[in-house]
Design a protein around this ligand. Structure first.
Ligand code: SF4
Ligand code: SF4
Length: 303
């Protein structure tokens, strides 16, 4: 039996692969993209977020932390010391108002599969299924294989949402159980890739070739972040790269930059790294779509 830290299992998603899907967010990522909207999925360890606006200052969490990580003074908001917290979750259970939330619950493949199959009726009606996301699903290939194997046996369509920054062996291990791949391409300049995600892009591009050659349906996607990866040179180099992957890869989906995850940075007492980057306007998105099309790549814009 395999098990893994799961941050969330979200039903009824229509943005993470074909049809209506259940998305399993695994904890742990090998990149640190500055625009990441799931910062709670980056660390491979359990973490606690404090959602200030939900706290009533009731004091139920006072003195409860075995590590002395939570300081409560009457009438004031508690202070959570992330350095001392080991993610045991005791305080989260004590807080009736969900102001303290545990990111990372250990789940077996059986438990994940049970959660996924609950919505099978919706998958059948919409040609949907399960998507394992993160974090990076390829950091936990055995769990992905075990869950997908059960899904396949039950007729449930399987998809991974990956950055591609994982061992080639992990990708090759997961491919035979995978029906669909959502594959992110963030920047074609390796040094800029390192600057904005913490890692170069060579491994990602190698794995992209393996994914494209595998014959598994793959949708390449690009998180479009103004002033970071929306220049003509990057668009052209991305289009050229896709052409080099053959006919399985002549399409890209743009994912416009947003700040939906900003409150999660606050809950984890982390600094949001792109406060001044503007949202891409719809005219700008359309112009980038046209630029991809002018390079022979079909382009869509996600909602
Ligand atoms: S138990 Fe929850 S609501 Fe009460 S003081 Fe602690 S964090 Fe706030
Ligand atoms: S999760 Fe555990 S270690 Fe962390 S603050 Fe809560 S009680 Fe303390």
């Amino acid at each position: 039996m395999t098990s893994s830290l799961v941050t969330n299992i979200q039903g009824y998603s229509i943005h993470d692969g074909p049809g209506i899907r259940t998305v399993v967010f695994l904890k742990g990522c090998s990149l640190k993209c500055q625009w990441c909207s799931n910062p709670e999925c980056i660390s491979p360890h359990p973490e606690v977020g404090f959602i200030q606006k939900l706290c009533t200052k009731c004091g139920k969490c006072a003195g409860i932390c075995p590590n002395g990580a939570l300081d409560y003074q009457e009438g004031k908001l508690p202070h959570l010391d992330q350095e001392r917290c080991d993610g045991c979750g005791i305080c989260c259970e004590a807080c009736s108002y969900k102001a303290l939330v545990l990111y990372g619950k250990l789940m077996s493949e059986e438990e994940v599969f049970d959660a996924v199959k609950r919505d099978k009726i919706f998958y059948q009606a919409s040609s949907g299924g399960v998507t394992v996301s993160g974090g990076e699903p390829l950091l936990q290939p055995q769990l992905v294989c075990d869950v997908f194997q059960k899904c396949r046996q039950d007729g449930i369509h399987t998809c991974i949402e990956t950055s591609g920054n994982a061992a080639e062996s992990a990708l090759r291990q997961v491919l035979p159980y995978t029906d669909y791949i959502l594959y992110d391409l963030k920047h074609m300049d390796s040094e800029k890739h390192r600057q904005y995600t913490g890692k170069p892009n060579e491994l990602i591009l190698t794995n992209a070739r393996i994914a494209a050659e595998s014959g598994v349906a793959t949708l390449f996607r690009m998180p479009l972040v103004p002033e970071i990866n929306d220049d003509e040179q990057n668009i052209k180099e991305t289009a050229d790269f896709l052409h080099g992957l053959g006919n399985n890869a002549l399409k890209i989906e743009l994912m416009p930059y947003h700040r939906y995850g900003k409150s999660k940075y606050e809950s984890l007492d982390r600094r949001y790294l792109l406060p001044d980057v503007p949202y891409p306007e719809s005219e700008h998105l359309e112009s980038i779509k046209k630029r991809f099309e002018s390079h022979g790549i079909m382009c869509t814009i996600s909602n």
